[in-house]
Design a protein around this ligand. Structure first.
Ligand SMILES: [Fe+2]
Ligand SMILES: [Fe+2]
Length: 177
């Protein structure tokens, strides 16, 4: 498997989550309510899986190695754009968490903000994924030898292995405070 394989497999799970979120947004619009626990679950998926685990591997391993290569102007531009996309995803998730807290505390006006931020994520992720799958991943592959490409795989597994420990360490820390 090429190094981009695991990243593309992760994209498929993110797409499935986006599809679930899409159905919930339709429900919010017809019922004018949301289950804050669903929002918590979506946020947990986006933060821990899509951002820390998936974007984490892209930024800390793939992009890190690409930064050592001399990329074409277009590939460099696209990599910068992908990094900015990741930041945008984090900001949207933060706004979603804040709106969910307000909603949970009885502020019904926060429902529209929850729906807006969920819609932003529904719109954002498929476009981001398509840029990577169809354009950036194939284009950036040419900068690596087969050995360099394959060397990323064990690093990805190592990165993944530490995530479960970080996740539950943060759960305990959250309960302690
Ligand atoms: Fe990405
Ligand atoms: Fe990605």
């Amino acid at each position: 498997m090429q190094a981009r394989g695991p990243l593309m497999i992760e994209h498929r799970l993110i797409e499935r989550m986006i599809s679930v979120i899409k159905d919930v947004v339709t429900e919010i619009e017809s019922k004018h309510e949301v289950d804050p626990v669903f929002v918590d679950t979506a946020v947990d998926f986006i933060r821990v899986y899509a951002d820390q685990t998936h974007h984490g591997k892209e930024e800390d391993i793939l992009f890190r190695d690409l930064k050592k290569k001399s990329l074409s102007t277009e590939d460099q531009r696209l990599m910068n754009e992908l990094i900015e996309d990741h930041v945008f995803g984090r900001q949207t998730t933060k706004a979603l968490v804040e709106a969910n807290t307000r909603y949970r505390n009885g502020d019904e006006t926060a429902l529209a903000e929850i729906a807006d931020n969920l819609k932003t994520l529904i719109d954002f992720y498929p476009k981001h994924i398509e840029k990577e799958d169809k354009v950036f991943f194939p284009a950036s592959r040419i900068y690596f030898s087969d050995e360099e490409d394959q060397a990323m795989l064990p690093e990805f597994w190592k990165f993944d292995r530490k995530m479960i420990h970080e996740k539950y360490k943060s759960v305990v820390e959250g309960l302690e405070t």
